[in-house]
Design a protein around this ligand. Structure first.
Ligand SMILES: [Zn+2]
Length: 328
């Protein structure tokens, strides 16, 4: 399908993430705006939880990672003092819910041309196909893999790790293909799809929890493990928009990776954007996607995964991933 569709790199070698033509011809402005109620999570039935994607093994594979990308990446050290930073939003969805889509965040980013990376669960993509296609098609946004159903990778075995990683790669691929079909049906030049990566290029561990085996799998699957060095704490209902902005403005540095949530669990996140985006731009910072950030300099990494200090996320292992239903 689509003989001219091959890779997502421009002739200059820069990575591109979408097509303004596709985005504007497939959806009306109203459809892109979404609805406030999209933000709310819905608990769903056990039967839905066990649905795999229509394809469980991705057709496209990636080359294994080079040594400099094989650990847990916390930030980048940009060359020549370039003030590039990556704003990231997780779209987490566990086995027992349909989580939300925070339209206010996406709309602010679009209105202000802010590049960002969304780490989407494969199950989130399956339950939000149209929103996922909109994000995939948007040149501002990179879509990373955030596991299938938000498993704790310190608590699952090797087979489940494969499922969590590969089902998500496959689900993205299915939606990429569905997008191509819509492009063809709308008589848009299918070569526009060359601007959109064929698979997610980066991965984020749920709870920031990894293990040597999990890192080894990502190495083989060619997916760098992207952590963060600035934690906004936005899943806490008590965290105000101004507090989120303050943390970011105090801790910002060139090459920073900031973690927020766009699945409805970032309570003050959307309202925090006007408090820090213009200010960071005034300071000369440039918002880029994670894969672009990785081209600006060497990754600063750790052998372990944690929130801000080694060991600080071990508490999740006592409560999350203990029941089989937690991890699929
Ligand atoms: Zn998450």
């Amino acid at each position: 399908m689509g003989a001219s569709v091959s890779c997502a790199h421009s002739p200059a070698g820069g990575i591109t993430f979408g097509s303004r033509i596709i985005l504007s011809l497939l959806w009306t402005p109203d459809e892109l705006m979404g609805k406030p109620e999209d933000k709310f999570a819905v608990r769903h039935t056990a039967s839905f939880n066990r649905n795999p994607p229509q394809r469980t093994i991705p057709g496209n594979t990636r080359a294994p990672l080079n040594p400099e990308l094989q650990n847990s990446i916390r930030r980048v050290e940009p060359r020549n003092g370039i003030k590039a930073i990556a704003l990231t939003f997780d779209l987490c969805e566990s086995a027992t819910e349909k989580s939300g889509y925070d339209a206010d965040i996406v709309n602010y980013l679009r209105e202000n041309s802010v590049k960002a990376t969304f780490f989407a669960g494969g199950k989130w993509m399956l339950s939000h196909p149209d929103k996922t296609m909109q994000l995939i098609a948007d040149p501002l946004f990179e879509i990373g893999n955030h596991s299938w159903s938000h498993a704790n990778f310190r608590m699952i075995d090797s087979d489940r790790m494969d499922t969590q990683i590969l089902w998500t790669q496959a689900q993205y691929e299915l939606l990429w293909e569905a997008l191509l079909e819509r492009v063809i049906a709308k008589q848009i030049d299918p070569s526009e799809m060359n601007k959109i990566p064929r698979t997610p290029l980066v991965f984020r561990f749920p709870y920031g929890a990894c293990s040597p085996l999990a890192l080894d799998k990502l190495k083989r699957y060619g997916l760098p493990a992207i952590q963060w060095n600035i934690v906004t704490g936005d899943p806490a209902r008590s965290r105000s928009s101004k507090e989120i902005a303050k943390v970011i403005l105090q801790q910002i540095r060139p090459g920073a990776i900031i973690i927020c949530h766009a699945n409805g669990r970032g309570y003050g996140t959307a309202a925090s954007l006007p408090f820090f985006v213009p200010e960071l731009r005034a300071l000369g910072y440039d918002f880029v996607t994670v894969s672009e950030l990785l081209t600006h300099g060497p990754a600063v990494f750790s052998k372990d995964c944690y929130e801000l200090m080694p060991g600080d996320n071990l508490r999740y292992d006592r409560t999350i991933g203990v029941k089989p239903s937690d991890n699929r």
